[in-house]
Design a binder for this molecule. Structure first.
Ligand code: HEC
Length: 174
């Protein structure tokens, strides 16, 4: 009797200890999950009148670029931008300075390219155009599939008007 129990225990454990790792598919789940969360890559056409020299739009764009969220700011955001979102939670701004340096940035990051002098270097030289800047901010994955940049319009982090405000700031003379 005792012998049978020991035998079956041994047999059992040897079955459960079998190595199935070769037959189980294990794809890199992190990448799949990230893609699902962000939604598919989207190509956008910049709406007409999007990039503007309107100082109020540029001020909103600058504010979104340099700030993290409505909780972290002192005072009030510029006209047309609020401290809280529709649900009353602190509004998320772009915090683009975490990765990009630009004129007047306090501790601008260097994960993304330096955007200082962008108008002269990239727009006036025709290396880039406004549509490129709009698409980059809306969904950077179009020409850079594994980008570290935040996806802003596809994720609805910002609306179309806000993307235009940020783009207007990037291409404005500073
Ligand atoms: C987590 C880091 C990160 C954040 C945050 C980030 N970016 Fe980027 N950005 C990048 C990287 C990396 C690139 C280069 C790769 C690419 O083009 O996707 C880039 C590229 C760009 C470019 C293209 C420059 C050129 O002409 O090649 C623009 C414009 C830009 N970012 C604007 C912004 C704006 C505006 C924000 C805030 C809404 C922002 N970025 C937030 C990392 C970031």
């Amino acid at each position: 009797m005792r012998k049978t129990i020991v035998m079956s225990l041994l047999l059992g454990s040897s079955i459960f200890a079998a190595d199935y790792s070769g037959v189980i598919e294990s794809p890199d789940a992190k990448k799949i999950i990230e893609k699902d969360l962000l939604g598919p890559v989207k190509v956008y056409t910049m709406p007409s009148g999007c990039i503007t020299t309107d100082p109020e739009a540029i001020a909103r764009g600058a504010f979104i670029f340099h700030n993290l969220n409505g909780e972290a700011i002192k005072g009030n955001p510029p006209k047309g931008l609020s401290k809280t979102d529709a649900k009353g939670k602190p509004k998320q701004y772009g915090n683009c300075v975490a990765c990009h340096n630009v004129e007047g940035a306090k501790g601008g990051g260097n994960i993304g390219p330096d955007l200082t002098g962008y108008k002269a270097s990239f727009i006036d030289s025709h290396a880039r155009d406004n549509q490129f800047v709009y698409q980059k901010i809306a969904d950077a994955r179009v020409d850079s599939p594994n980008t570290h940049m935040t996806i802003n319009l596809t994720t609805k982090l910002f609306n179309e008007r806000e993307i235009c405000d940020i783009a207007s700031y990037i291409v404005s003379p500073k």
